[in-house]
Write a protein that binds this ligand. Sequence first.
Ligand SMILES: C[S@@+](CC[C@H](N)C(=O)[O-])C[C@H]1O[C@@H](n2cnc3c(N)ncnc32)[C@H](O)[C@@H]1O
Ligand code: SF4
Length: 354
Amino acid sequence: MHLYIHIPFCSSKCKYCRFSSFVEQEEIKRKYYIEYLKKTIESYKWWIREIKTIYFWWWSPSSLTWEYIREIMFCLEKKFIISKNREITLEVNPKDITQEKLQFYLSIGINRFSLGIQSLNFQTLKEIGRDKKKTIFFALDNFEKLYKKNISLDFIIGLPYQKKWQVKKDIQTLLKKYPFIKHISLYMLEDYYYSKSWKKISIKEEDFLKEYTQTKNFLEEEGFWRYEISNFAKKWYKCKHNLAYWNHSDMIAFWLGAHGYEQGKRYAYPDNFTDYYRGKLQFEEELEEKEKILETIMFSLRTTGIQKSYFCFLDEKKLDYFFEKWFLEKKKNKIIVSEKWVLVIDFILKEIIK
Ligand SMILES: C[S@@+](CC[C@H](N)C(=O)[O-])C[C@H]1O[C@@H](n2cnc3c(N)ncnc32)[C@H](O)[C@@H]1O
Ligand code: SF4
């Protein structure tokens, strides 16, 4: 069983961020949410279940009294059996990594950190509303001193003022200085309100693929293997939580807007506080076998390729077309997307599924 928790408070809104996060919340409101979350955990229907991974999402601890995370962890430990080989990830903005905070996170059992770097370009960081490059180095220096085991970095291709090959160079710089990094996530800027005006001051969208491929090749040379379109890891360091999600393992979700999956049922909490506090679910539905198969196909094309046993769920004519045009290829009896078309994988999927 796996668990993820959304904590949607940030000290400021980064202009590219496509996730709903709340800024300028009063302390009393935040405290109320944490109390409500703790109650939800305490009253959760099952308890003797082993939790293998926990993922704290959308977290910007500076804006939330960081001691709250200890209370949540304590509450989880009381309610569930947390596996000895647990993976507990904290998503964190580099500006929130001081030595003191890092020591604190380690003391409560966090053992994987995912840091949003996005870029090392001065103008880019300024434009997107992130702290300066030195904040990133400061955070990584702290990791170097205190914890080098399981650190992941996020980057985005297509941000304003990014130069040609910049993302690759930024990763190269950081890996040279901090060779203990084990995992890299590489995203393409997704359309978002703010990004419209950025198109003129960034690399062209048609060049995203070249940026992605260059970076992917470089990462592979450095021993990072792609295990999903956007995720690269050194051996043994794939994110267990993500893998569990893609494999349809049970995933308990708490918090506003959270989506969970338990015993064949998918559910979501409302994404507004009023409904969330009323204890309503936004939806709860039994996942039919067909839907499960479609999701499996979707995840497998993004990861290791579609297995033969699923070919019968695909539209033969469209498959032929995509093979002919080299969008898709066969490799070791599996269907994979060809490198040239990885960025349109969602479009291909929509087309080939019957
Ligand atoms: C949920 S966010 C949280 C990151 C963390 N709070 C921080 O500020 O570093 C996870 C990652 O999603 C990616 N992301 C957010 N908005 C995006 C967008 N519009 N397009 C592509 N990637 C995005 C960023 O790389 C970000 O680090
Ligand atoms: S990128 Fe992180 S800190 Fe910035 S708004 Fe999104 S969740 Fe908050």
